[in-house]
Write a protein that binds this ligand. Sequence first.
Ligand SMILES: [Zn+2]
Length: 280
Amino acid sequence: MRSLSYKRIFDRTILESVLAHYTSLVGISGQIKNSYRQYVLKKGSPSIVPIEVSEAQRGDFENAYSNKPVSAGLNWISELYINGLNSCPFCGGDGARTIEHYLPQASYPEFSVYSLNLLPSCGSCNSKRNSLNAHGATTSPLHPYFDKQILKKLNVYTVVNFDCGIIGFHLTYDRTPFNDEEQLRIDYHIEISLDETSYINRTLDSLETLRISAEKYNSATEFRKQVIDDQIYISERKKDYNSWHHALCKGLAALSNDNLHAIFGDSFNLRAPPPSNESD
Ligand SMILES: [Zn+2]
């Protein structure tokens, strides 16, 4: 979960190419331009009233997004898939290999190829949100371009429970910097974006990697300093804020040495020394 820098796309210019390509849309061009303006003014709010479109116009919007014709100036959409993101801006899961329509196409076909509405996202949260952020929704998820202030303050971490030797994870965040309305939005965002199975599996995998790293060290103090703090540093330097790996490391960093030992103690000092190069 993180904000993204918006790479300026000239939507008005592109719209002219789209209208030349899909002539059914020419009759509503003024309304489309007005909707684009509304989107900026209202920061993608689902209170924006959708344009009424015919079936043919809806079909043309869908085709424009699916086919992304170069002649309609839509080749920039394909470039959104090559984003270098290690984690999903919406949920913190691995990568961002799909494109999210923040205001869903079903409710808002006019934003099908509008750059501010198209955001890199992972597949699991994209399908979980589906068309929930439809017109009239009273709470909306965080928008990586418009909710920068909230996202920059958002500190998501994983609470690790290990009652009776069974490890459990729970994703939560520090509520202190946020007012009630902001907390409501963050709670809603997590609720509709977090794919619990993917999150647990990814976190178990991270924990296993950390256990293997722990084999090189002989105490919780050393492991905390050399591995956990280092992993947090790397995630933050990569701007991989609130990825599930980052969240787990932050949750572990908050544990006492005794609790760290309870989780990783079996791994400490296990690694065999590297074989000597000298022949005997
Ligand atoms: Zn995601």
